[in-house]
Design a protein around this ligand. Structure first.
Ligand code: SAM
Length: 229
Protein backbone atom coordinates (compact mmCIF):
# COMPACT_ATOMS: atom_id res chain seq x y z
CA UNK A 1 0.00 0.00 0.00
CA UNK A 2 1.53 3.39 -0.95
CA UNK A 3 2.21 5.97 1.73
CA UNK A 4 -0.16 8.89 1.18
CA UNK A 5 1.56 12.30 0.78
CA UNK A 6 -0.57 13.83 3.53
CA UNK A 7 0.44 11.11 5.96
CA UNK A 8 4.11 11.47 5.01
CA UNK A 9 3.95 15.24 5.70
CA UNK A 10 2.20 14.63 9.03
CA UNK A 11 4.80 12.06 10.09
CA UNK A 12 7.65 14.42 9.18
CA UNK A 13 6.16 17.38 11.02
CA UNK A 14 5.56 15.32 14.19
CA UNK A 15 9.02 13.78 14.05
CA UNK A 16 10.68 17.18 13.63
CA UNK A 17 9.21 18.20 16.97
CA UNK A 18 10.25 15.05 18.83
CA UNK A 19 12.73 15.54 21.68
CA UNK A 20 15.28 12.86 22.45
CA UNK A 21 16.43 14.79 25.52
CA UNK A 22 13.18 14.54 27.45
CA UNK A 23 12.00 11.19 28.75
CA UNK A 24 10.24 9.24 31.44
CA UNK A 25 11.33 6.11 33.30
CA UNK A 26 8.63 4.06 34.99
CA UNK A 27 9.41 1.60 37.76
CA UNK A 28 7.16 -1.46 37.97
CA UNK A 29 3.97 0.18 36.80
CA UNK A 30 1.43 -2.62 36.60
CA UNK A 31 -1.80 -1.26 35.24
CA UNK A 32 -2.03 -1.23 31.43
CA UNK A 33 -4.21 1.88 31.42
CA UNK A 34 -1.57 3.83 33.35
CA UNK A 35 1.25 2.85 31.03
CA UNK A 36 -0.99 3.56 28.04
CA UNK A 37 -1.91 7.01 29.37
CA UNK A 38 1.76 7.84 30.04
CA UNK A 39 2.77 6.91 26.50
CA UNK A 40 -0.10 8.93 25.10
CA UNK A 41 1.15 11.96 27.04
CA UNK A 42 4.71 11.31 25.82
CA UNK A 43 3.40 11.39 22.26
CA UNK A 44 1.44 14.59 22.90
CA UNK A 45 4.43 16.37 24.47
CA UNK A 46 6.91 15.18 21.85
CA UNK A 47 8.95 12.63 23.79
CA UNK A 48 10.88 10.43 21.36
CA UNK A 49 11.52 7.42 23.61
CA UNK A 50 10.35 6.28 27.05
CA UNK A 51 11.92 3.79 29.47
CA UNK A 52 10.47 1.20 31.80
CA UNK A 53 11.29 -1.52 34.27
CA UNK A 54 8.59 -4.15 34.78
CA UNK A 55 7.98 -6.48 37.70
CA UNK A 56 9.50 -9.88 36.84
CA UNK A 57 10.00 -8.43 33.35
CA UNK A 58 6.26 -8.81 32.65
CA UNK A 59 5.15 -6.17 30.19
CA UNK A 60 1.59 -4.93 30.71
CA UNK A 61 -0.40 -4.86 27.49
CA UNK A 62 -1.47 -1.53 26.05
CA UNK A 63 -5.17 -0.79 26.01
CA UNK A 64 -7.36 1.68 24.14
CA UNK A 65 -6.21 4.48 26.46
CA UNK A 66 -2.97 4.50 24.45
CA UNK A 67 -4.86 5.36 21.22
CA UNK A 68 -2.00 3.78 19.30
CA UNK A 69 0.66 6.04 20.85
CA UNK A 70 2.86 3.01 21.56
CA UNK A 71 3.56 2.99 17.80
CA UNK A 72 5.00 6.50 17.98
CA UNK A 73 6.89 6.43 21.27
CA UNK A 74 9.49 3.70 21.54
CA UNK A 75 9.44 2.02 24.94
CA UNK A 76 12.87 0.76 26.07
CA UNK A 77 12.65 -2.03 28.61
CA UNK A 78 15.43 -2.40 31.19
CA UNK A 79 16.32 -5.40 33.34
CA UNK A 80 16.44 -3.45 36.61
CA UNK A 81 15.97 0.06 37.90
CA UNK A 82 19.70 0.27 38.63
CA UNK A 83 20.56 -0.65 35.04
CA UNK A 84 17.99 1.82 33.68
CA UNK A 85 19.28 4.71 35.78
CA UNK A 86 22.89 3.90 34.93
CA UNK A 87 22.13 3.85 31.22
CA UNK A 88 20.20 7.15 31.32
CA UNK A 89 23.00 8.80 33.30
CA UNK A 90 25.52 7.59 30.74
CA UNK A 91 23.37 9.21 28.06
CA UNK A 92 23.68 12.50 29.94
CA UNK A 93 20.23 12.67 31.49
CA UNK A 94 19.59 14.35 34.82
CA UNK A 95 17.20 12.14 36.74
CA UNK A 96 14.32 13.55 38.75
CA UNK A 97 12.76 10.92 41.01
CA UNK A 98 9.19 11.59 42.08
CA UNK A 99 8.21 10.86 45.61
CA UNK A 100 6.14 12.15 48.44
CA UNK A 101 8.84 12.19 51.11
CA UNK A 102 9.47 15.31 53.13
CA UNK A 103 12.90 15.84 51.61
CA UNK A 104 11.51 16.02 48.03
CA UNK A 105 11.45 19.49 46.48
CA UNK A 106 8.68 21.35 44.69
CA UNK A 107 8.98 20.41 40.98
CA UNK A 108 8.60 24.06 39.96
CA UNK A 109 12.05 24.85 41.38
CA UNK A 110 13.93 23.17 38.52
CA UNK A 111 15.01 23.90 34.98
CA UNK A 112 14.01 21.02 32.66
CA UNK A 113 15.40 22.42 29.43
CA UNK A 114 18.50 20.20 29.51
CA UNK A 115 18.43 16.41 29.15
CA UNK A 116 15.72 15.45 31.64
CA UNK A 117 14.30 12.11 32.77
CA UNK A 118 11.40 11.88 35.23
CA UNK A 119 11.37 8.67 37.24
CA UNK A 120 7.88 7.51 38.19
CA UNK A 121 7.00 4.95 40.84
CA UNK A 122 4.58 2.03 41.02
CA UNK A 123 0.89 2.62 41.66
CA UNK A 124 0.88 1.15 45.14
CA UNK A 125 4.38 1.46 46.49
CA UNK A 126 5.85 4.47 44.75
CA UNK A 127 9.53 4.70 43.90
CA UNK A 128 11.81 2.05 45.42
CA UNK A 129 14.49 3.01 47.95
CA UNK A 130 17.10 1.98 45.45
CA UNK A 131 15.75 4.30 42.75
CA UNK A 132 15.32 7.17 45.22
CA UNK A 133 18.94 6.83 46.28
CA UNK A 134 20.24 6.88 42.70
CA UNK A 135 18.34 9.82 41.21
CA UNK A 136 19.88 13.30 41.07
CA UNK A 137 16.92 15.10 42.63
CA UNK A 138 13.69 14.15 44.38
CA UNK A 139 10.68 16.19 43.37
CA UNK A 140 6.96 16.31 44.13
CA UNK A 141 3.91 18.11 42.79
CA UNK A 142 2.26 20.03 45.65
CA UNK A 143 -1.34 19.02 46.27
CA UNK A 144 -4.11 20.64 48.28
CA UNK A 145 -6.63 17.84 48.60
CA UNK A 146 -7.46 15.07 51.03
CA UNK A 147 -5.95 12.27 48.95
CA UNK A 148 -2.24 11.70 49.48
CA UNK A 149 -1.07 11.20 45.89
CA UNK A 150 -1.93 11.68 42.23
CA UNK A 151 -2.47 8.90 39.74
CA UNK A 152 0.94 8.14 38.22
CA UNK A 153 -0.14 9.04 34.69
CA UNK A 154 -1.52 12.36 35.87
CA UNK A 155 1.71 13.15 37.72
CA UNK A 156 3.71 12.19 34.61
CA UNK A 157 1.58 14.54 32.48
CA UNK A 158 2.03 17.47 34.87
CA UNK A 159 5.82 17.04 34.82
CA UNK A 160 6.20 16.49 31.08
CA UNK A 161 4.03 19.47 30.24
CA UNK A 162 6.02 21.64 32.66
CA UNK A 163 9.21 20.60 30.84
CA UNK A 164 7.58 21.41 27.51
CA UNK A 165 6.32 24.76 28.83
CA UNK A 166 9.85 25.73 29.89
CA UNK A 167 11.30 24.68 26.54
CA UNK A 168 8.61 26.48 24.57
CA UNK A 169 9.11 29.62 26.61
CA UNK A 170 12.80 29.64 25.83
CA UNK A 171 12.15 28.63 22.20
CA UNK A 172 14.26 25.48 22.12
CA UNK A 173 11.66 22.74 21.69
CA UNK A 174 11.05 22.65 17.94
CA UNK A 175 14.58 22.51 16.67
CA UNK A 176 14.96 18.82 15.88
CA UNK A 177 18.63 19.33 15.02
CA UNK A 178 19.24 20.25 18.62
CA UNK A 179 17.42 17.19 19.85
CA UNK A 180 17.47 14.43 17.20
CA UNK A 181 20.52 13.90 15.05
CA UNK A 182 20.27 13.27 11.32
CA UNK A 183 20.84 9.53 11.60
CA UNK A 184 18.16 9.06 14.28
CA UNK A 185 15.75 11.25 12.30
CA UNK A 186 16.17 9.18 9.13
CA UNK A 187 15.95 5.88 10.99
CA UNK A 188 12.82 6.88 12.91
CA UNK A 189 11.21 8.37 9.81
CA UNK A 190 11.60 5.07 8.00
CA UNK A 191 10.27 3.06 10.97
CA UNK A 192 7.23 5.30 11.31
CA UNK A 193 6.47 5.22 7.58
CA UNK A 194 7.15 1.55 6.96
CA UNK A 195 7.12 -0.40 10.24
CA UNK A 196 6.76 -3.79 8.55
CA UNK A 197 9.62 -3.17 6.15
CA UNK A 198 11.72 -1.91 9.06
CA UNK A 199 11.04 -5.16 10.98
CA UNK A 200 11.88 -7.20 7.91
CA UNK A 201 15.18 -5.30 7.43
CA UNK A 202 16.08 -5.80 11.09
CA UNK A 203 15.41 -9.52 10.98
CA UNK A 204 17.49 -9.79 7.81
CA UNK A 205 20.33 -7.72 9.28
CA UNK A 206 20.23 -5.12 6.51
CA UNK A 207 20.04 -1.31 6.34
CA UNK A 208 16.76 0.41 5.64
CA UNK A 209 16.26 1.44 1.99
CA UNK A 210 16.40 5.15 1.17
CA UNK A 211 13.23 7.20 0.80
CA UNK A 212 12.48 9.64 -2.00
CA UNK A 213 11.39 13.19 -1.17
CA UNK A 214 7.78 11.94 -1.49
CA UNK A 215 8.38 9.18 1.02
CA UNK A 216 8.57 6.35 -1.48
CA UNK A 217 11.02 3.50 -0.99
CA UNK A 218 13.74 3.80 -3.64
CA UNK A 219 14.47 0.12 -4.03
CA UNK A 220 12.71 -2.97 -5.32
CA UNK A 221 11.84 -5.11 -2.35
CA UNK A 222 11.13 -8.85 -2.75
CA UNK A 223 7.79 -9.22 -4.54
CA UNK A 224 6.78 -12.16 -2.40
CA UNK A 225 6.52 -9.79 0.58
CA UNK A 226 3.36 -7.74 1.12
CA UNK A 227 4.20 -4.74 3.24
CA UNK A 228 1.79 -2.23 4.71
CA UNK A 229 2.54 1.36 5.70
N1 SAM B 1 2.04 5.29 48.27
C1 SAM B 1 2.83 5.68 47.16
C2 SAM B 1 3.98 6.59 47.61
O1 SAM B 1 4.05 6.90 48.77
O2 SAM B 1 4.81 6.98 46.78
C3 SAM B 1 1.95 6.37 46.16
C4 SAM B 1 2.37 6.08 44.77
S1 SAM B 1 1.60 7.14 43.57
C5 SAM B 1 -0.01 6.54 43.48
C6 SAM B 1 2.37 6.51 42.12
C7 SAM B 1 3.41 7.40 41.54
O3 SAM B 1 2.79 8.57 41.01
C8 SAM B 1 4.46 7.92 42.48
O4 SAM B 1 5.48 6.99 42.69
C9 SAM B 1 4.97 9.14 41.70
O5 SAM B 1 5.81 8.73 40.66
C10 SAM B 1 3.68 9.66 41.11
N2 SAM B 1 3.06 10.71 41.94
C11 SAM B 1 1.87 10.66 42.55
N3 SAM B 1 1.61 11.79 43.21
C12 SAM B 1 2.68 12.60 43.00
C13 SAM B 1 3.01 13.92 43.42
N4 SAM B 1 2.20 14.66 44.14
N5 SAM B 1 4.19 14.43 43.01
C14 SAM B 1 5.03 13.71 42.21
N6 SAM B 1 4.76 12.46 41.81
C15 SAM B 1 3.60 11.91 42.19
Amino acid sequence: MPLLPRRFEKIKSVLKRRMSNLTILTEEIEKPHNLSAILRTCDAVGVLEAHAVFKENRIPTFNSTAQGSQKWVKLNKHESIEAAIKSLKEMGFKLYGTNLHNDAKDYRMFDYRGATAFVMGAEKWGLSKSASALVDESIFIPMRGMVQSLNVSVASAALLFEALRQREESGNHTDSKQSINEHLYKKTLFEWCYPEVADWCKSNGRDYPNLSSDGEIIENLPRTKKFHC
